[in-house]
Design a protein around this ligand. Structure first.
Ligand code: 13P
Length: 256
């Protein structure tokens, strides 16, 4: 039986100043008060973490970073460490987002180092994988995602792998309004779970949450979550408005 609690994570990317973040939080926490059966995480810009920590104190809404550096501390101007995120109230961190891979040039090796350090520091990594349209059209999406997953998790113990979340975000579906069909998303998410099973065993694979991301909104979340291997969503645009994001979270609750 699938006992994984759905996780809905909002990735605000480079949006919102602190005033807008606090206003969002005040509205959002009222809208989701008392909601059970779904875990909720918001990953704001670093500059909004302190304000949101204050607003979400004594609520179940968790905070996550959008990135961190792969060394624990030192002379790395402009970078933020895993420990700093923990100190700022984060429980999780998004790693290897396609925007960082494509725009900033993060490699699989960098994502692997960050994943290991996040786990050692006590943050839950949300490792992003996903193919470009060219890779999909060449029929290589599955191989590409399997390779990215294997690379990010290489060398981790089974216990460490259990604390990882993997987010499948096909690049062609991000911010485009073009969602993968639930069947396509399920196919790749099930492959990710099979890859985890081969690396760390069936027990770990049954525990790890695999999310889908790419134009997720209230209108398509329920269908996506009906697929057996999709345990939630990493949401960009639809996480920026409190009412819209709260509705999406409400629809993702475990039906009891
Ligand atoms: P959108 O939901 O805006 O397509 O963004 C998806 C994403 O990149 C989340 O990390």
């Amino acid at each position: 039986m699938n006992t994984r609690t759905p996780l809905i994570a909002g990735n605000w990317k480079m949006n919102k100043l602190t005033g807008a973040a606090s206003a969002f939080a005040r509205e959002f926490k009222t809208l989701v008060a008392g909601l059970m059966g779904v875990d909720v995480l918001i990953c704001p810009p670093f500059t909004c973490l302190a304000a949101l920590r204050e607003e979400f104190r004594d609520t179940p809404v968790g905070l996550g970073g959008q990135n961190m550096f792969y060394e624990p501390d030192g002379a790395y101007t402009g970078e933020v460490s895993a420990e700093m995120l923990l100190d700022a109230g984060c429980a999780a961190v998004i790693l290897g987002h396609s925007e960082r891979r494509e725009i900033i040039g993060e490699t699989d090796e960098i994502v692997r180092r960050k994943t290991r350090l996040a786990l050692q520091t006590g943050l839950r990594p949300i490792v992003c994988v996903g193919e470009t349209l060219a890779v999909r059209e060449a029929g290589r999406a599955a191989v590409h995602v399997r390779d990215q997953t294997e690379s990010a998790l290489a060398g981790l113990s089974g216990e460490e792998v259990r604390r990882v979340t993997v987010a499948y975000e096909p690049i062609w579906a991000i911010g485009t309004g073009r969602t993968a069909t639930a069947a396509d998303a399920q196919e790749i998410c099930s492959l990710i779970r099979a890859t985890i099973a081969s690396l760390a065993g069936g027990g770990a694979a049954a525990e790890v949450r695999v999310l889908y991301g790419g134009s997720v909104k209230a209108a398509n979340i329920a269908e996506l979550l009906q697929a057996g291997d999709i345990d939630g969503a990493l949401v960009g645009g639809a996480s920026l408005q409190a009412a819209e994001f709260a509705e999406l979270v409400r629809l993702a609750r475990v039906r009891t």
